[in-house]
Structure formats: C-alpha cells, structure tokens
Design a protein. Structure first.
Length: 452
C-alpha cells in the first residue's frame, strides 16, 4: 500500500527518526525528519505537509511531555486540519488522553510495531485530506456567495449603472470604473468579465497602489533572466498572464508617469516588451481600470498623461457610495450575516428593526467593505442570535463631535452627550442610560429623536 502523503518525523533521537523513516518510506510519497521542533511552524506553513509524527520530549532528561504538548498546541493552532500523531516512550494513558484532548489525532508508544505505525499514519493522512477537502468546499460555498453574478444591489441609484455594465460587458471596450474605497469596483470589473465572451479565460487583478514603484514595470510587463540584479529567471508579467482574458488595474492613477507611455503603447499595439527582452510578445487582453477620482483630475494635476487618460476613460462607470444606495443595506447585511455564519461555523445572527434602522442611517465611509467587516466582527462576537447596537459601537462615534465648540442649544447639548455616552460605553444601552441618568426606554426615545 502506498498512501500519498508528506510526513514529518520529529524526535531528538536520530535513531528513532531513522527507524521511523525506514518503516514509512515505502508507504508515503515523502518523509522528512527533524531532530528538534524549532522552525516547524515555518515548515508547515510553507510546505504541503499531510501528517506529523511528534515526540513528546526534546530536552535531555525531560520526560514530562510538556514540550510535546506545547508544540502540539502551537502547530494545531497554526493548521487545525493537519493531523498530528504523538509518540512517547514514557506516556501512560493520562498523557495520551491529554494529547488527544488537545487535538492530536492518535498516539503511538515506542517501541512501535511497524504495521501499527503505518496504519496510524495512513489514517492520519486520510483525515488531513478529508478535513482540507471539507474546508475547501465550505470556503468555496461561502465565497461563491460573493462571487460575480451574485452581486447584491437594486437601489435606484445603482440600476442605471448595472444596465450600463450589461451593455458594455460583451464588447472589448476598455472600461474605467470610478468610485470611493470599498464601493465594489473590483466586484463590478469581475461582473463585466463574467458577462463577456472571455469569462472562461483569466481575470487578473493588480492593485497598482500597493506595488512598489520600482517593481511596477516588471509586475505588469515581465522581465527576462538577468535583466536586473535578482532577475534569476524569466518572468511573465500580469499582462501576459491575462492573455485571452481581462486585466484589472486598480488605482490606475498611481501608475508612474514614465510607464504611462508604455501602457499606451501596449494598448495600441496589443504587445508587451518584458524588461531585457528584444522581441515584443503579442497579447490579447481586455483592460479594465479603476480609480477613486475621475482620471481627468490627475491630468489637471499633471500626474497623468492626457492621451492615456482619453484612451482609458471612454467608457466610464461610476459606482455610487453606499450612503447613496442605502436601500441595499438590509440585503447586503443579510448576505454578509449568512456568509460569515457559514464561514465561521457559527449561528446566523438576525437584525431586528431598531438595529437595522441605525445601520441603514450610518454613512459607511468605508462603504461595502466596511459593512462587510463590521458584519464579520459582529458574527464572531456573537452574544446571542439577535444583533444589538453594542455590536456596532462606531455607529455612534461618528455622530458625536459635531458641536464640541460649546453650543448653548439644549437640544444640541443633549445630542452630543448622548453620542458621547454611547461611544464611551461601546453602544451598551444600559450603561449609557445609567451614565446619562435616563431609563433605557427614555434613552431609546432620545436616540430616535436625534436620528442616531
Ligand atoms: N454588490 C455587492 N454585493 C456583495 N458584495 C459586494 C458587492 N460589492 C462589493 N462587495 C464586497 O465588498 C468588498 C469590497 O468590494 P471591492 O473590493 O470590489 O471594492 P473596491 O471598490 O474595488 O475596493 P478598493 O477601493 O479598495 O479597490 C468585497 O469584499 C466585495 O466582495
């Protein structure tokens, strides 16, 4: 029997490592041995390991098993799907039970019987594979809910945008998407790709705002081996990687001036010249770019070439901020609540009318991304299944400061005091009401009156 599997054996006794390797080598695809667990965390995050056979004691004379338990905890936290089988010459039943409670999948006593060792590790590898497959399916299920085609939104301010998207998607036109942070520009770009004839070919996204300036050229257009120090192999750029499909350049306004002419050339000739290459490579790519502000503002500031701006900005799609499409907030909230409940295996929380009203009236400066993160946080903080104002303390922080300047208007003073109390007590109604000298219903009435 040969179980495909990559096994690590960790024991300070080189003889034990050798004996285990000999017993296992013809049954698994790869065996590695280590005389100490130091550095194991790096190994398991950087390589595809299927099971670990881990000793309990690593220091001379130690026999308490504490080292093994500590490493078991550490590795298990790092990758809960990875099966760890413990081995010891000293452990009795108590220690065995303790390791199983802490996440080990099984326990082997030294000296072992080879058949038993092989069977235990085969089962451990199979378990790792099953857990990873289940995890992949679960995440795939969870993510698919936010994949293109499942875009949430039918607010009146979004409908003309979506109509426009559907009209231009099947063409090869370059599209420029403009919108604030987190409004869904990349989601929109993916939707355009999905609705185009290129949908079965790659969609490649590059956030130009995060690529250091010195690397942008190589990132986009690639390089040949030896083109510069550190270029030890040919590398295709993202433009080539998107061949046949769509290239999405986020934050196009930050493309360095000296590369703007090159991009224009690539668009016009549909060919890229990797750094250090002598012959250009033909590419067939549909380009979608995005920016937070219209590109002509960068042109006016002399940070962007007007010829490139005109080429990129012929079809412009403006994604409205969430505060201008509040009608979509309940659906988005519901969507993220069920997404994160599934992703984290937690009960799905429900938003009652009052909480929903406040969430809807908040301005969401970070737009859909902020709503998404706030919903994930609220799911993880799970107090009970109903959402409470305390789960969204920032709803009040942003409303507080308007009139710090010393207004004499009693109504205004009341509004500021309530905002501050809600913020100081993280949205906890009972504590805020007590601090303000009000009953809970009275505080609710005033929150409503002041439009919190
Ligand atoms: N219509 C939508 N329905 C569901 N989820 C959405 C929708 N639009 C955006 N999202 C989610 O909101 C988050 C932000 O979206 P996205 O990354 O597309 O925004 P962006 O405008 O490109 O952000 P940035 O300005 O940072 O580049 C993502 O997690 C995305 O899945």
């Amino acid at each position: 029997m040969n179980s495909s599997g990559h096994i690590l054996i960790v024991d300070d006794d080189a003889g034990v490592c050798l004996a285990a390797r000999l017993a296992l080598v013809s049954h698994f695809t790869q065996i590695e041995t280590f005389n100490a667990p130091d550095g194991l965390d790096e190994v398991i995050v950087s390589r595809d390991i299927d099971a670990i056979l881990l000793d309990m004691n690593f220091r001379p004379g130690a026999n308490s098993g504490q080292d093994g338990l500590d490493w078991l905890d550490r590795l298990h936290r790092l990758d809960p799907s990875l099966s760890i089988v413990m081995m010891t010459a000293f452990g009795g039943v108590t220690l065995a039970v303790e390791t199983l409670k802490r996440g080990a999948v099984d326990f082997v006593l030294k000296p072992w019987q080879n058949e038993k060792l092989i069977a235990t590790l085969s089962a451990a590898v199979a378990l790792t594979h099953a857990k990873r497959e289940a995890e992949t399916l679960r995440l795939r299920g969870a993510e698919s809910a936010i994949r293109p085609g499942m875009m949430i939104g039918n607010a009146p301010s979004l409908s003309p945008v979506l109509r426009h998207v559907r009209r231009i998607a099947p063409t090869d036109a370059i599209v420029s998407i403009v919108g604030e942070n987190g409004t869904g520009k990349e989601t929109m770009a993916r939707e355009i790709h999905r609705l185009s004839s290129r949908s079965h070919l790659p969609f490649v996204a590059v956030d130009l705002g995060t690529v250091p300036e010195a690397f942008v050229e190589s990132e986009l257009f690639g390089h040949r081996r030896g083109a510069f120090g550190g270029a030890d192999a040919d590398r295709a750029g993202r433009y080539q990687a998107a061949h046949g499909g769509t290239l999405y350049l986020d934050d196009i306004g930050s493309l360095p001036l000296h590369l703007q002419k090159r991009l224009l050339h690539v668009i016009e000739h549909q060919e890229v010249l990797p750094i250090g290459a002598t012959k250009p490579v033909k590419v067939n790519v549909r380009l979608i770019v995005s920016s937070q502000r219209p590109l002509n503002e960068r042109v006016e500031a002399e940070m962007f070439r007007s010829d490139l701006s005109m080429r990129l900005d012929t079809v412009r799609i403006c994604v409205p901020p969430l505060r201008d499409r509040r009608e979509d907030i309940p659906a988005l909230l519901e969507h993220f609540l069920s997404l994160y409940a599934r992703k984290h295996n937690l009960p799905r929380r429900r938003a009652s009318g009052d909480v929903l009203k406040w969430i809807e009236s908040y301005d969401w400066p970070g737009n859909i991304r902020e709503l998404r993160h706030a919903t994930e946080r609220a799911t993880l903080l799970l107090g009970d299944e109903r959402l409470h104002l305390e789960d969204f303390p920032f709803l009040f922080t942003s409303r507080t400061p308007a009139s710090e300047g010393g207004s004499y208007n009693l109504d205004e003073i009341e509004r500021v005091a309530i905002g501050r109390a809600m913020s100081d007590f993280d949205g906890n109604i009972t504590l805020a009401a007590t601090a303000l000298g009000l009953t809970r219903p009275a505080l609710y009435r005033r929150l409503e009156k002041h439009g919190f």
